[in-house]
Unconditional design. Structure first.
Length: 167
C-alpha cells in the first residue's frame, strides 16, 4: 500500500485544487492532505478568506482524500512522512525543487498546475472589485436608468446614415 501526502492552504477551493488532489491520489492508495492552519498562514505572510476549520472540512469531504491533518509549521513535513509511513510527497510544480531535501525520506513529485486558475488570481480579482467606488457605480447606474434607449437608437441610426453619406 502506497501512501501519498500533500500540503496546501486550499483557500477558495477551485478546480485546480481538486485536480491536484485527484492526480496525487492516482499515485498511491492512501492520500493524506495537510491543510495550512490560519496561524501558519500568518507566518507564511498569507491571509485566508475561508477559515481553517471550513477549509479542512471541505478537503475532508473530497472523495479521493483519506485523511486530513493540520499543517502548523514548515518543519513538520519530515515528522509527518515518518509518522504516516509516506511513500510519495506531492506538491504543485510551482514548488519545484523546494522540497527535494525530502527525497532522503520518500519520493518527491511535483505535479503540473491547472492552467488559468489560482486562489491568488481569484483573491486579486476580488480585491480589485472591492476597490471600486460604490458611489461612482451608483452614479453610473442612475445615469443608465435615465437613458431613453429608443432615442439613443434613433441617434445611432442618424449617425450611421451620416457616416454612409460622407464615405
Amino acid at each position: 500500500m502506497k501512501t501519498v501526502i500533500t500540503y496546501g492552504t486550499f483557500d477558495l477551493f477551485h478546480i485546480g485544487h481538486l485536480r491536484l488532489l485527484q492526480r496525487a491520489k492516482e499515485l498511491g492508495d492512501k492520500l493524506i492532505v495537510a491543510v495550512s492552519t490560519d496561524e501558519f498562514n500568518q507566518i507564511k505572510g498569507k491571509k485566508s478568506i475561508i477559515p481553517y476549520e471550513q477549509r479542512s472540512e471541505i478537503v475532508k469531504n473530497i472523495k479521493c482524500v483519506d485523511i486530513v491533518i493540520p499543517e502548523n509549521n514548515w518543519e513538520q513535513k519530515i515528522e509527518d512522512i515518518k509518522k504516516y509511513n509516506v511513500d510519495i510527497f506531492v506538491m504543485g510544480e510551482d514548488w519545484k525543487g523546494k522540497f527535494d531535501f525530502l527525497k532522503e525520506y520518500c519520493e518527491v513529485v511535483y505535479l503540473p498546475r491547472t492552467e488559468g486558475i489560482s486562489s491568488t488570481e481569484i483573491k486579486n480579482i476580488l480585491q480589485h472589485i472591492s476597490k471600486l467606488s460604490t458611489t461612482e457605480l451608483k452614479k453610473a447606474l442612475d445615469i443608465l436608468t435615465k437613458i431613453d434607449f429608443e432615442e439613443l437608437k434613433e441617434a445611432f441610426q442618424i449617425l450611421e446614415q451620416l457616416r454612409k453619406d460622407l464615405w
